[in-house]
Structures are given as C-alpha cells and as structure tokens.
Design a protein around this ligand. Sequence first.
Ligand SMILES: Nc1ncnc2c1ncn2[C@@H]1O[C@H](COP(=O)(O)OP(=O)(O)OP(=O)(O)O)[C@@H](O)[C@H]1O
Ligand SMILES: [Mg+2]
Length: 288
Amino acid sequence: MGVLETKNLSYVYGAGTPFRMDAITDINIKIEKGERVGIIGHTGSGKSTLVQHFNGLLKPESGKVLLDGRDIWENPKQIRKIRFKVGLVFQYPEHQLFDETVYKDIAFGPKNMGLSEAEIRERVGEAVEIVGLSKKLLEKSPFDLSGGEKRRAAIAGVIAMKPSVLVLDEPTAGLDPKGRDSILYNLKRYQEQAGTTMLLVSHSMEDVAKFAKRVLVMNKGRVAMFDTVPKIFQCADELSGMGLNIPQITQVFIGLKKRGVPVKANVYTLEQAAKELASLKGGGTPGA
Ligand SMILES: Nc1ncnc2c1ncn2[C@@H]1O[C@H](COP(=O)(O)OP(=O)(O)OP(=O)(O)O)[C@@H](O)[C@H]1O
Ligand SMILES: [Mg+2]
C-alpha cells in the first residue's frame, strides 16, 4: 500500500463557464512511504493543481486521493487534520508568511495543531536548523527577510508540523544556484533522517536528478511518465517533445557514448561527471 495514491483524479477550473480549463485529467499514481519523488512538467502542465489535491486544498472534480489507503474526503470535516499530515509549501512560499515575527509564522502550524508552548518552541528550533535559517532572525518581521530566507522560513513552518508527507512546489525557484543547492541539500538530509515522504515540484531537471529517486512527468494535465531518474533521462527525445530538457551534463555524456567513448550515459550531476571522467583517465572500466 502506498502512502499517497490517486485514483482517476481530475480537476477542472471554471467548470460551467466559457473559461473551463481541464487542469488535470485521470491521474493514477502511487507513492511509497519514505520515497523522494520529483514532479516535473512544462508550465501549465498541472503540477501545482495536482499537489494542491494532496492536502485537500483542492477537492477532486472526480476521482480520489488516498492517504494511507483512505480517501482524504471520506469525512470532509476532518480535512484540516489531513493538512497536518500532508504539509504543502506553496509555489510562492513567501505568500505563506503573514505574521508579526518569523517565530510566530513558523509556530503557526504547530499552534493550530494544539501543541504546548514548550513543544512548539522545540519544533520551531528544530525546523529552523533543518532549513538553515539563523535563529537571530526569529524575532524579525518576515517581511524584512531576503528572498532565500523567506523560502527557508516558509519551509520551516511546514516542517514544524512534522508532516508524514512533505510537498514542496518549486521551493527554490528564483534563488541563486548556491541558495538552491543549500536548500535542496538540507531537505534531502532531513528526509534521510526523518524518513518523511517527500515530493518536489521543480522546473529544473538538475534539481530533480539531485533530489529524487523517481520522477513524475506531467504533460498537458496528464501523467506522461513516472519512473526512476535514469529511466526518465533515457527518454530525452520524448521529453524534449514536451518542452523539457535533460540536464546539459547528461546530454554531453550521451553524446560521448554515441561517439564511442566508454562512459555511462546516465550521468546527471557535475560530481558524477567528474568521477566518471576520473575513472576513464585512470584506465578503469567506466560505464561497465
Ligand atoms: N486558479 C486558477 N483558475 C483558472 N485556471 C487555473 C488556475 N490555476 C491554474 N489554472 C490553469 O490550470 C492549468 C494548470 O495550471 P498549474 O498551475 O497546475 O500548472 P503548473 O504545472 O503548476 O504550472 P507552472 O509550472 O507554471 O507552475 C494551467 O492551464 C493554468 O492556467
Ligand atoms: Mg505550478
């Protein structure tokens, strides 16, 4: 049994109006407990619409979302509880910040869960450490933070609820590469320690390759592929037909292999590339 599953899930914006938009159609996916999954797709392919169903922010037009095997809408009055179990960091997480201080903002979720002050304090402390936010910022207004700090604060607010599933919708968009890498690294380390199921929506194939084991590719509101990173990157032509590109470094290695250089084709980070080239130089058996 997967932790999160959808069955024939569809959603339409503006149903019954001339602006009707079939945003996602007939989605059937299953995510296992403790998995790290990347979600990728061209702009408008339905990624945000899909993930907003996971914590009940959007209600399916048709079909179901199952959490631990149970329909999350089984009892609509209980939907709030689902939001504690499935944490969603929005595409523009800075919009999630609204309180007087960063501390209060991060504490908002745990407070809603009815936890004690002591427990809340502890959770906020842990969460800021995980996201790499300085404790000095806790008494500041969230509006005085930099873009990267705002992201970290928004992510901390969701982590502080200790959700069993954590969904991040483009958490690093608009940040510089250093900030992006640092957030992804922290999230990955946290995931490995806590065993949380994590879903990362991203435009960046590089980020997804670094972060996820499996990748869900969305195209025009439908699931185009759902497979391991190496399998997905083998479909470079199909992906480019959907307006997606595999990482540049992967393209280079596929090109080398085509030209008869004995390297692996499934290289997607600079670190892997350096290793592969070093073993080639050393006369090992790369690509074996
Ligand atoms: N609130 C809304 N009202 C009407 N249409 C919407 C709304 N939100 C999204 N859409 C439309 O639904 C489709 C799917 O949008 P969605 O935001 O889920 O895509 P996305 O893959 O997250 O895109 P992006 O990569 O730009 O974030 C798009 O055609 C979009 O224009
Ligand atoms: Mg989106």
